[in-house]
Design a protein around this ligand. Structure first.
Ligand SMILES: [Zn+2]
Length: 116
């Protein structure tokens, strides 16, 4: 046991507490940095995902993926997009035209649907 005076012990205690607090502060800052980095990566990933989804939507629209979308430009008759539940149309949305009786007739298979 070294021969320390009371002032030495007090100084040693103060320095020890200060170093411990600094180490705790450093650990806290490191944890905060890691959490912030994970947050930034997550937000960036979401942004990239959102951009990719928007780009995919744009490509789909440019390609005219919707059935009849390209035909609609050639066939300018007005129509209503509705799901057609016949085996021919397979529950897909097709253009329907209003008939003289007020029903809607599928342009692909001719099935009439009475609007609600
Ligand atoms: Zn149909």
């Amino acid at each position: 046991m070294p021969d320390f005076s009371l002032a030495d012990w007090v100084l040693l205690l103060v320095v020890g507490v200060a170093v411990s607090l600094l180490l705790l502060l450093a650990v806290a800052v490191a944890v905060l940095l890691v959490v912030a980095a994970a947050f930034v990566v997550a937000v960036a990933f979401q942004g990239v995902w959102w951009l990719a989804a928007r780009a995919a939507d744009g490509v789909r629209q440019l390609a005219g993926r919707r059935p009849g979308a390209t035909a609609a430009t050639a066939d300018a008759r007005p129509g209503v997009w509705l799901a057609c539940h016949t085996p021919v149309c397979g529950h897909m949305e097709t253009l329907h035209e209003r008939t003289a009786t007020g029903a809607l007739a599928c342009r692909q298979c001719g099935q009439t649907v009475t609007p609600l």
